[in-house]
Design a protein around this ligand. Sequence first.
Ligand code: ACO
Length: 362
Amino acid sequence: MKNGLEDVVAAETSLSDVDGAAGRLIIKGRSLDDLIGSATYEDVAALLLDGMFDTCIDAASLRKIIGKARVEVFAHLEAVDENLLALPPVDAMRALIARLPDAEDFQSASLLLAAPAVVLPGLLRLQAGHEPIAPDAEQSQSQDILTMLKGTPPSAQQIAALDAYLVTISDHGLNASTFASRVIASTRAGLVSSVLAAISALKGPLHGGAPGPVLDMLDAIAVPSAARGWIETALDRGDRLMGFGHRVYRVRDPRADALKAALKPLVAAGQVDAQKVALAESVERAALDILKERKPDRPLDVNVEFYTALLLDVLGFPRQAFTGVFAIGRTVGWIAHAREQALEGRLIRPRSLYVGPLPQAA
Ligand code: ACO
């Protein structure tokens, strides 16, 4: 049964607009197509945070501020113990972020922008039995994340690809995690509380938890000729195909093509196994054909998570960390929405429709 809330407008925002019929995403007046390839993570972060704090921040200043914050946050990795290391990376990341001071000011925001970027690579290295690599305040966020992940300098194409990913997923209307962030902000709890709530919503497999299972699917299919049979069997079992379908888009998710395009320079530079890309394209084609045959009345197209899986794999992130990388990129959107909500000043308090039994008359 549908919950009937799809069309309820729960917030006014000037941050981003998702046009599900046209397959268009606008971020603060700029189309995704326009931002991709021209904007870095810091550019889009400055764009989204513009006007949200007393401090006026341009992209160059923000780069320095986040760089310094990364160095500050690194100390929190000392709190990692065996119990934290045994958790999935996104859960361990959430626990470490919870240690930050929970305020509503720009200082809190800058630590939050830095925290997932430092904590996730550090946790992944510790889980793999290596020492974490200290951040370098002089590097861009994307360059430093990849350096902290691998311990070797990333290529220019890899940095550009991660920038493209972080820009693409920076904000996306009132999705489940962003709504969670706004609800918390409306109570005037701090930004850390907002981001923790958002991460908790993001990690579910119907939201930001999908790309790991997408990669599992690609691995299981292994060769293009097996795609159709594998997909038919999965759907016969009643499974949903991860990386397909969307609550708002009735056409292709524009972020899928942005990420597919971001892979091209890596392919051209010989830094990706071209067979992996060809396999993903075959699986995508087979899935779209089969979904059309099986659900002719429900347009189901590819969503952002499908090519996220391929891109993050190619960049060297392990699949269990994909949701955490999503959180690195989306944190700026969550903060911007939290601030927009707090500045509006109204508590979010929707009403429920009671459909339970009534007390018996005496
Ligand atoms: N595979 C197979 N069938 C699907 C899929 C899918 N991926 N998505 C929807 N359907 C089917 C449903 O089974 C349903 O069929 P029915 O009417 O016969 O029962 C019909 O399409 C409508 O589905 P809804 O549940 O109404 O779609 P909803 O808008 O609630 O779901 C969602 C959106 C959750 C994203 C869904 O498409 C899904 O589960 N996709 C797979 C998970 C995924 O990729 N999530 C990432 C989304 S992007 C993001 O959050 C960053």
